[in-house]
Write a protein that binds this ligand. Structure first.
Ligand code: ATP
Ligand code: MG
Length: 632
């Protein structure tokens, strides 16, 4: 790590209170904190005790005087071919109308409101309106099936649910209302009221006494003035369930003041995005990236946020770059999965637009393999690609380059350095000793976690402690459940999840390492490797590959030759021990709705077991392909 970033980080750990008192200046307070950190009950951390603030005030009201007419939110749907632009003044109006509606439906400070919505501007009004009146929102990714929705209803017990008639995906309506009805039937404690936004996409039946119409209520409440509640910094602002890649989702509970400060500071130090600039995050509000970097981060920063509903490839694979050019976005945030989707398209789409305004493209959520990182960096003619690593639990990056602090060089395959505030350690998985440079360890963080990270698991302090703080015996240390190494220069490399390790004849191999090796083969677009039980070796790796060009596998001989070539690549990159026992070719891989590989399901199928909890699966046909590939 170079000196400036290192010094910044060091200070954040050694003088936590001083450091975070300074960062607190990036937001507005109704009353300043009495104490920066209360860590009297570890590992629970209470940041900015006694301070009073409001997320919505910081995201909207605060900017009215200086940038009231500036674009706050640009809504673009390539699904409904709609585009709407809201200035900060207009956003203020809409959020107040929504807040008045929620109040009229009986929502009070501390109540939960479940937001089950497509990517439309009203979803953001709803989140901000909750923050405004001190209600706790719980956004559930639109399109989750009724049982998943019901489980989240029963966990969060909302008084009101906000939904819409339908989402749209690739030109097709995805009706929501029947899912809402069924979830309310399945739930033990359904919400008293359901506020429905009618986009005119799908017919909706109404449940008398429960369902209310947004358009009607908006007419009544537009022009309302609803002041921001003075929330304690330590009051919960929202509940968000983790992606469910490894199992039952956990309800991450976030505070108010710490989160506001963490996001404001990250916009400056990590994203280096200036107030007034345009931030384009392609995630969905149903995920943590959407919460932090579609909604709160850019708005708290006084930037313009772009809210995009649609595919990255429709009407054509240049759609994102046309948006970048038209709105002069300086900063973009997306996922490696999306980058790999674009990599499969004709490269001409990458250069049709002038994207020279784009300083940086941040990618997170999954490992960013070196070939993809190099490819997209070249294709964008020099925009810097910033791999950053974090979790729903933390709410903002744990590792990233921090160009607002110092310009540091990138190493492909690495999310660079520990971010200020995170006291990261790597522990050997069996001795639990800290490992040295370039040695693999379990990635952990010494509490207190910095502001913005989860306060607890909603309604379950015990689960919070048991889940996150028991991996290292005898120490209450936060575990990320990911493996990593750190090199001499302080750059980290994420090796995969602790449950994605396979044991081949006593050799422990990360599935990610094998995937990276396979990616070296130039015809591979995407690959998933899982470990399958083997009587002789314990486990053997099995690969599922998506190819860029299908010509080589059109004949049986061709397929065998391609499989051999991929195996030879692994032999060369990693050694024969890591060679997959088989390479199956499919046209898509099973992923969660947030774009993460569902390795546990592929593995289960490969071992002849049931595929397990599939509520977060994006496209069921992907699993069907795995099944038929396995039969061949
Ligand atoms: P669940 O915890 O419910 O199983 P999840 O871990 O997929 O789901 P998220 O919080 O959305 O839920 O994802 C965080 C995880 O994603 C990290 O722990 C890590 O495994 C992976 N990840 C995120 N960013 C990166 C990155 N830049 N490089 C490698 N892996 C990453
Ligand atoms: Mg996780």
């Amino acid at each position: 790590m170079t000196s400036t970033v290192a010094a910044f980080h060091k200070r954040s750990i050694e003088d936590k209170e001083g450091f975070w008192a300074e960062q607190a200046q990036h937001i507005e307070w109704f009353a300043p904190p009495e104490k920066i950190l209360d860590f009297s009950n570890p590992p629970f951390a209470r940041w900015y005790v006694g301070g009073k603030t409001n997320l919505c005030h910081n995201a909207v009201d605060r900017h009215l005087a200086t940038r009231g007419d500036q674009k706050a939110l640009v809504y673009i749907s390539t699904e409904t071919k709609q585009e709407r632009i809201y200035s900060y003044k207009e956003l203020h109006q809409e959020v107040q109308a929504m807040a008045a509606i929620l109040k009229s439906l009986g929502v009070k400070r501390g109540d939960r409101v479940l937001v089950y919505m497509p990517m439309i501007a009203e979803a953001i009004f709803a989140m901000l309106a909750c923050a405004r009146i001190g209600a706790i929102h719980s956004v559930v990714f639109g399109g989750f099936a009724a049982p998943s929705l019901a489980a989240r209803i029963d966990d969060a017990t909302p008084v009101v649910m906000i939904s819409a008639d339908a989402g749209m995906r690739n030109g097709k309506e995805v009706p929501y209302k029947h899912l809402v009805d069924e979830a309310c039937r399945l739930a033990q404690k359904p919400p008293a009221k359901v506020l429905l936004i009618n986009r005119g996409l799908a017919a909706m039946s109404r449940v008398d006494g429960r369902d209310v119409d947004y358009t009607e209520l908006r007419k009544q409440h537009l022009g309302a003035s609803v002041p921001c509640e003075q929330m304690l910094a330590t009051d919960p602002s929202y509940i968000l369930y983790t992606s469910g890649t490894t199992g039952k989702p956990k309800g991450v509970q976030r505070d108010t003041g710490g989160y506001a400060v963490a996001l404001a500071a990250s916009m400056k130090h990590i994203f280096d995005c200036k107030p007034g600039e345009v931030f384009f995050c392609t995630s969905d509000i149903g995920w943590v990236v959407g919460h932090s970097y579609i909604v709160y981060g850019p708005l708290i920063n006084g930037s313009t946020t772009i809210v995009y509903e649609g595919m990255p490839t429709v009407p054509d694979p240049a759609v994102w770059w046309s948006i970048v050019e038209r709105f002069q976005a300086s900063t973009m945030f997306s996922s490696p999965t999306a980058a790999r989707v674009l990599k499969k398209q004709d490269p001409k789409y990458m250069t049709q637009h002038n994207t020279s305004c784009l300083r940086r493209l941040f990618l997170a959520g999954e490992p960013l393999d070196e070939p993809t990182a190099k490819w997209i960096s070249d294709a964008l003619g020099g925009a810097r690609i910033i791999d950053n690593y974090w979790q729903t639990e933390t709410g903002w990056p744990i590792m990233s380059a921090q160009h607002g602090v110092e310009d540091t060089p990138t190493k492909f395959g690495s999310p660079s350095f520990a971010v200020y505030g995170y006291d990261l350690r790597l522990y050997h998985e069996s001795t639990f000793e800290e490992v040295g440079a370039d040695e693999k360890g379990m990635l952990c963080a010494v509490p207190p976690l910095p502001p913005g990270c989860l306060q607890t698991v909603w309604g379950d302090d015990e689960r919070f402690l048991k889940t996150y703080f028991t991996a290292i015996p005898g120490k209450k240390i936060y575990s990320t459940f990911d493996y990593a190494t750190r090199d001499q220069d302080g750059y980290y490399f994420i090796l995969g999840r602790t449950d994605d390790v396979i044991n081949v004849a006593g050799h422990r191999l990360g599935t990610r390492e094998i995937e990276e090796a396979i990616q070296v083969h130039t015809n591979v677009a995407e690959v998933a490797v899982v470990g399958v039980a083997d009587a002789l070796k314990g486990q053997v790796p099995l690969a599922f590959c998506v190819l860029k060009n299908l010509d080589p596998i059109k004949s049986a001989e061709g397929r065998m030759a391609e499989e051999k070539a991929i195996m030879a690549t692994v032999d060369k990159e990693l050694g024969a021990i890591a060679r997959p026992s088989r390479v199956h070719f499919v046209t898509m891989l099973p992923k969660t709705r947030s774009g993460k590989l569902l390795r546990r399901s592929m593995q289960a199928l490969a071992e002849g077991r049931d595929s397990g909890d599939l509520t977060t699966l994006e496209d069921p046909t992907a699993l069907e392909q795995i099944k038929s590939a396995l039969k061949s």
